[in-house]
Design a protein around this ligand. Sequence first.
Ligand SMILES: C[S@@+](CC[C@H](N)C(=O)[O-])C[C@H]1O[C@@H](n2cnc3c(N)ncnc32)[C@H](O)[C@@H]1O
Length: 201
Amino acid sequence: MLTVVGVGPAGLQLMTPLAKEAVSRADALVGGARHLAQFPDFSGERCALGANIAEVLAWIEARSAQNVVVLASGDPLFYGIGTRLLAHFGRDNVQVIPGVSAVQYLCARAGVDMNDMWLTSSHGRAVNFDVLATHQKVAMVTDKRCGPKTIAAELVARGKGHRWMIVGENLAQDDERIHWLRVSAVVNDYEMNTVVILDER
Ligand SMILES: C[S@@+](CC[C@H](N)C(=O)[O-])C[C@H]1O[C@@H](n2cnc3c(N)ncnc32)[C@H](O)[C@@H]1O
């Protein structure tokens, strides 16, 4: 059985009991270094997930008779590895255990509801900023290439009235920081982050 487990933004406390139970029953664990490190006592096989997706898919395939659990950041089906696993192995062959996405967590911490929010990602993908700018309330996961500063510059260039950006940095970690910033004043670089864009505070 192949299971993909959402581990939340960070820390075991944001994993559901069902997610923890799946890990405890696993023969083999697959995940990014940050996520594998959360299970130092796991005694089964481990496989590090990075840019080596094809290799990891083959590794999982070779263990089809075992209980393999893939650890996914946040929620597996929100711009996560879950989508790739479903496409490769088929819906009937992958169990998905949901997790708290970085976006959900940031909204909760900032006290912003998710009603009518447009959700997207710049993580490893090109963003259509003309489309993004048509939405007044946006949340997105990012990466180093296209983070808060780039996103803010694209919004300022389009002048559609996006006034506020909330940058959630290192969410759920000891060094978590949540910044409320004027879009026009976002000029710095941030560590691992998720952003929410609003017209009103
Ligand atoms: C491949 S996406 C995965 C998103 C994930 N599936 C989710 O539901 O949150 C990775 C991006 O999620 C965001 N992210 C994940 N964990 C985070 C955290 N603890 N703090 C801030 N952003 C985080 C960052 O933008 C990171 O580059």
